[in-house]
Write a protein that binds this ligand. Structure first.
Ligand code: PPE
Length: 313
């Protein structure tokens, strides 16, 4: 992976190679962590973080759902994130805050093990390949069902949950596909291994509801708003598997993936990236890069001058 100079760890900026944990850290053994994936984009006013407060709010909510108490407020993490980007001299990057139960106690009820918090930033290119946004990707419906809400919490972006996504992603990649689409425990469409999903049928945009074991994606929310502002009808409802194959257009949204058309599912061709997808995608990309005035409030501009000068060694 690409590296940056510094990582923020428990309130301090430490050199990338020194941001280490003990092998008996609780989160490493039991997946007891919650995290975020955020991106900052280059704009003509410098780097800007897309929907930073919403991501940090979700981080706190994910933690709460698993009874983890993050010892930093969203406002503290927001300031730390922006200072980190400035100090790392990054103009655009991926941002990964992670709060996890650290070293100190083993076992499942380890109340005395501390909650450690880190924020890392690094350059991360197109998640589903350089051609994904333009050409679209090939997806496979996974044989693995999305984490059941009866056994875990799909609404929480928790480290342990991602074993489910990793099974699906590995299966699809090993079979030669770019991404996996998971069904929920009832057999309705849920989401991609790391993205929310949208389906266009008869000119209407459909997306699975909160009750279909989805993560409440920030980009899902943004794209729903953009689509409605452009005059499209967006309906949150259960989607049957066959509706994927019958769709006029399908696309995925996520921070890492951004907005990616799906051109084929289980070897059924879904026409090339469609008109509606293209229309929304163009506005979405403008919004990310600060070129859409109506969505400027989604951007948190980084003051690059705020980087504290580190004296040369
Ligand atoms: N569902 C899942 C399961 C998911 O992991 C993501 C983000 C989304 C939906 C979309 O959420 P949002 O980014 O708020 O629109 N996946 C993150 C992790 C990817 C990774 O490989 O790590 C991301 O995109 O950052």
């Amino acid at each position: 992976m690409d590296q940056a100079d510094l990582i923020w760890k428990n309130g301090e900026f430490v050199p990338w190679d020194e941001a280490k944990v003990h092998v008996l850290s609780h989160g490493l053994h039991y997946g007891t962590g919650v995290f975020e994936g955020i991106r900052a984009y280059e704009t003509d006013r410098g780097p800007a973080v897309f929907r930073l407060p919403e991501h940090l709010d979700r981080l706190h909510k994910s933690a709460g759902l698993y009874y983890l108490e993050i010892p930093y407020s969203a406002e503290e993490l927001r300031a730390a994130t922006k200072e980190l980007i400035a100090r790392n001299g990054l103009r655009s990057c991926y941002i990964r805050p992670l709060a996890f139960r650290g070293y100190g106690e083993m076992g499942l009820y380890a109340k005395t093990a501390p909650i450690d918090v880190i924020i890392a930033t690094w350059p991360w290119g197109a998640y589903l390949g350089d051609e994904s946004a333009g050409k679209g990707i090939r997806a496979k419906v996974s044989s693995w069902r999305r984490n059941s809400p009866g056994g875990a919490i799909p609404h929480a972006k928790a480290s342990g949950s991602y074993l489910n996504s990793i099974l699906a992603k590995t299966e699809s990649a090993n079979a030669g596909y770019d991404e996996a689409i998971l069904l929920d425990e009832r057999g309705f469409v849920s989401e991609g291994s790391g993205e929310n999903i949208f389906v266009v049928r008869e000119g209407e945009i459909l997306t699975p509801p909160h009750t279909a074991s989805i993560l409440d994606g920030i980009n899902r929310k943004s794209v729903i708003q953009i689509a409605r502002d452009l005059g499209y009808t967006v309906v949150e409802r259960d989607i049957a598997r066959a509706e994927l194959y019958l769709a006029e257009e399908v696309f995925l949204t996520g921070t890492a993936a951004e907005m990616v058309p799906v051109r084929e599912i289980d070897d059924h061709a879904i026409g090339g990236p469609g008109e509606i997808t293209r229309h929304i995608q163009a506005k979405f990309i403008d919004a990310l890069h600060g070129r859409a005035d109506e969505y400027l409030e989604w951007l948190d501009f980084v003051d690059v001058g705020s980087a504290r000068i580190t004296p040369a060694a």
